[in-house]
Design a protein around this ligand. Structure first.
Ligand code: HEC
Length: 115
């Protein structure tokens, strides 16, 4: 009888151990494919200049830093997706961004706004 009890205790310990192992966090280290330095800064510098870049003589909201781009990503996305020429549309008085350029901004946001 004592032997059966010992076996049961062993079985319980083994079960508990294997269960606790399963709770190991699933690693979430997927690398961002769109970054500010590689994709977003060049996009803003070519399409939102000179108005939003003080270095180029712009006097509108400054989009020349990572922090600024990051905090304005939502209004940027909203405005570049308005119909060209309507109130609030950006880039103002210019051709609309391409679908690829808009997708890039969206992806940057979805992936967590990598620097
Ligand atoms: C020809 C000049 C010009 C260009 C180019 C331009 N903008 Fe603007 N932008 C303005 C002006 C003027 C305003 C202020 C009036 C308004 O809010 O509509 C403004 C305001 C904004 C705002 C609101 C800022 C705030 O402080 O609330 C956002 C967001 C914006 N622009 C995004 C963009 C993006 C993104 C681009 C490039 C893809 C761009 N703009 C290109 C002139 C420009």
């Amino acid at each position: 009888m004592k032997k059966v009890f010992t076996l049961m205790v062993c079985a319980l310990v083994v079960t508990a151990l294997s269960c606790s192992k399963k709770t190991t966090a699933v690693s979430d280290t997927k690398k961002a494919t769109v970054t500010y330095a590689l994709n977003i800064q060049p996009l803003l510098e070519s399409k939102c200049a000179p108005c939003h870049l003080p270095a180029k003589g712009g006097n509108k909201t400054d989009f020349s830093t990572y922090e600024a781009a990051k905090s304005y990503v939502d209004p940027m996305l909203e405005r570049v997706q308005l119909a060209a020429g309507t109130k609030g549309f950006m880039p103002m008085k210019r051709e609309a961004l391409s679908a690829e350029e808009i997708a890039l901004l969206k992806k940057w946001k979805e992936e967590g706004l990598a620097k």
